[in-house]
Each structure stands twice: as structure tokens, then as C-alpha cells.
Write a protein that binds this ligand. Structure first.
Ligand code: NDP
Length: 318
């Protein structure tokens, strides 16, 4: 069975390609910079890659660029989207690649009669960023949507890009009758297959790297293996539909440093919060839908250990 993964060189996508190859799929993987061996070496090294991995060049901003990649594929996993901090030109760097890129991919899928389902990597960034109040009793589920106006006001450009990309995806899919499913993970951590440091693992590196304080923030956290597995289940399980939130645990950074200190006694994690403000209220995220899909969550302690071991192995951390 032939499937396509966009943005295959990335953190989550590399795991997705690895698990798809392991399951016996033929994987057509799109990479924007095929000339850079740093982007593809780890993919070529995956088990089954020699026989069943095809690399194709595609940039989110080039119209029609995904047509050839998607043609003949039964499933398409659209993961490519910019995710980094320090954006200077939000429209050009984040919003255009996220929104136009998603429509580019879906347009290619609409033209390819072989495509049965498209799994789109969205995010919790498209779910919880609105002005709805929350408390420890609040259960966030798949009916929640981030508010684009709210994201604009607070200048959360990445969150805005994911919110607008998901909205555009649902609208386009409805108009064209494409079967799409979205996966909405929180902060994804775990073993890095790619040689470069991605944004969510960098958050853990910062804690382990002698920072004097931890951020006063509460996020959801989930293992990269679970995120890749959920993408595959969303494609393989015929009844899969709609959105799937992926959060193993909601935790403030103060809790993460406690877990890291337990896992690595004597490690240099910060003991002070970055400010004196009250901690943001915690909340619960529903696990119901994704567990019904068949996913069993990796405990966050294990995902944190995998992250730290991998950061050490790749020499980001001593
Ligand atoms: P990475 O930065 O590792 O991967 C992003 C991928 O998108 C890279 O392959 C990158 O290519 C590609 N990309 C970016 N811009 C373009 C472009 N213009 N044309 C083609 N490809 C492009 O991040 P993650 O693996 O973490 O993210 C993957 C997906 O998961 C994204 O959609 C992200 O929003 C989503 N996500 C991530 C979470 C996390 O915590 N990591 C949480 C929730 C959702 P290149 O390598 O060339 O830069």
C-alpha cells in the first residue's frame, strides 16, 4: 500500500515514516530540500527504506508541487508546517506555508482518485487558544476550537497558523468531499530521529541545560511514538473521523522539573519560576476518542526519559 508523508524530514514525520515502513507500507516522503543530506540521511537509514522509501521534493508554497507526490497514494499524511519561535514576518513565515500549504496538499488529494483518506497534523494550538475560562474541573475535548482573533490579539502566530490551517482544511474537505481526519497533539517529546533540534524537544533541553528559571506555563505533553501511531490508526481504522486530541498529561513546568529531578537525581534543572504570577490554571484533556481508536498512551515520564537520552546521544546535552 502506497502512502505519502509531507515534511518527512521533521521530528514527528520521521517517526511516522519509520512506523509506516515497519508496518510494510511503501512510503512516498516529501522533503523541501532534497539536496541537503542532513534532511534525509536518517530517513535512508530506516529499516525498509532501501526497498520502500521514495523521496520527492515539495515546498508548501509552490502550487501544484504535491500533485506528483500524492498521485497513486491511498493515504496522505500532511505533517509539514513551520513550527519555531521568533517569527519576524508571520504572514510569510507561518501563515502562508501553513494555510496555502494545507490547501495545496488537499488540492492534490482532490485530483488523485487513489486517495481514500487524508490525515492532517493539526495541534492543540488549534484547540485551546481562546478566552474560555478553565479550572481543574474543565475537560477540554474535540469540540473546542481556538479563536483566530484571540491568537492575533496575543500575537501567537504559530497558534494562529495552525488554527487557520485546520479551519481551511475542514472547509475545503467539505466542499470537495475529501475524507480527512485531524490529529491534534500537545507538546510532543521523545527520541529524535532527525539530526536537528526541533522546537518542542528544545523546551526540555532548556530545562536540562542550566537555565536559572522555568517558564510559568502549563502545557499538555505527549510522546512522539504515540503521535505517529495515532496518525496511522486514524488512517487504518475505517470508522476514524473528525479530530483526535493527543495529550497524555497536562503539566506546569514546575511538575516537569520535579519529574526530571526524579529521573536524573542531581541534574541541573531550575528550581525557581520565571515570574511571581500565579500558575495558570490546570485542566484535563479528554482521552476518550483517541483511546477508542486503539491508542495506549506512553506515560510522560517515559517520554521525558527518551527525550533526555536522545538529547545526550545527539550531543545537545552533556
Ligand atoms: P519539525 O520542525 O521537526 O517539522 C516541520 C516539518 O515541516 C519539516 O519537515 C519542515 O521542513 C517542514 N516545512 C516547514 N516549512 C515548509 C515548507 N515551506 N515547505 C515544505 N516543508 C516545510 O516540527 P514537528 O515535527 O514538531 O512538527 C510537525 C507537525 O506537527 C507540524 O504540522 C506541527 O505544527 C505539528 N505539531 C507539532 C507539535 C510539537 O510539539 N512538536 C505539537 C502539535 C502539532 P524542513 O526540515 O525543510 O524545515
Amino acid at each position: 500500500r502506497l502512502v505519502c508523508v509531507t515534511g518527512a524530514s521533521g521530528f514527528i514525520a520521521s517517526w511516522l515514516v519509520k512506523l509506516l515502513l515497519h508496518r510494510g507500507y511503501v512510503v512516498r516522503a516529501t522533503v523541501r530540500d532534497l539536496g541537503n543530506p542532513e534532511k534525509t540521511k536518517h530517513l535512508h537509514a530506516l529499516e525498509g527504506a532501501n526497498e520502500r522509501l521514495q523521496l520527492v521534493k515539495a515546498n508548501l508554497l509552490d502550487e501544484g508541487t504535491f500533485d506528483a507526490a500524492v498521485d497513486g497514494c491511498e493515504g496522505v499524511f500532511h505533517t509539514a508546517s513551520p513550527f519555531y519561535i521568533g517569527v519576524k514576518d508571520p504572514q510569510a513565515e507561518m501563515l502562508d506555508p501553513a494555510v496555502k500549504g494545507t490547501l495545496n496538499v488537499l488540492n492534490a488529494c482532490a485530483k488523485a482518485s487513489s486517495v481514500k483518506r487524508v490525515v492532517v497534523t493539526s495541534s492543540v494550538a488549534a484547540v485551546t487558544y481562546n478566552s474560555r475560562p478553565r479550572s481543574p474541573d474543565t475537560v477540554v475535548d474535540e469540540t473546542w476550537f481556538s479563536d483566530a482573533e484571540y491568537c492575533k490579539q496575543v500575537k501567537l502566530w504559530y497558534h494562529l497558523s495552525k488554527t487557520m490551517a485546520e479551519e481551511s482544511a475542514w472547509k475545503f474537505a467539505k466542499e470537495k468531499g475529501i475524507d480527512i481526519v485531524t490529529i491534534n497533539p500537545a507538546m510532543v517529546i521523545g527520541t529524535l530521529l532527525q539530526p536537528t533540534l526541533n522546537t518542542s524537544c528544545a523546551a526540555i533541553l532548556q530545562l536540562m541545560n542550566g537555565s536559572s528559571t522555568y517558564p510559568n506555563m502549563t502545557f499538555g505533553w505527549v510522546s512522539v511514538k504515540d503521535v505517529a501511531e495515532a496518525h496511522i490508526l486514524a488512517f487504518e481504522v475505517p470508522s476514524a473521523n473528525g479530530r483526535y486530541l493527543l495529550v497524555e498529561k497536562v503539566a506546569h513546568y514546575s511538575e516537569l522539573v520535579k519529574i526530571l529531578s526524579k529521573l536524573y537525581p542531581g541534574c541541573a534543572v531550575p528550581t525557581k519560576c520565571a515570574d511571581d504570577n500565579p500558575f495558570p490554571p490546570t485542566f484535563t484533556v479528554s482521552k476518550e476518542r483517541v483511546e477508542k481508536l486503539g491508542l495506549k498512551y506512553t506515560p510522560i515520564e517515559e517520554a521525558l526519559r527518551d527525550t533526555v537520552e536522545s538529547l545526550k546521544e545527539k550531543k545537545f546535552l552533556n
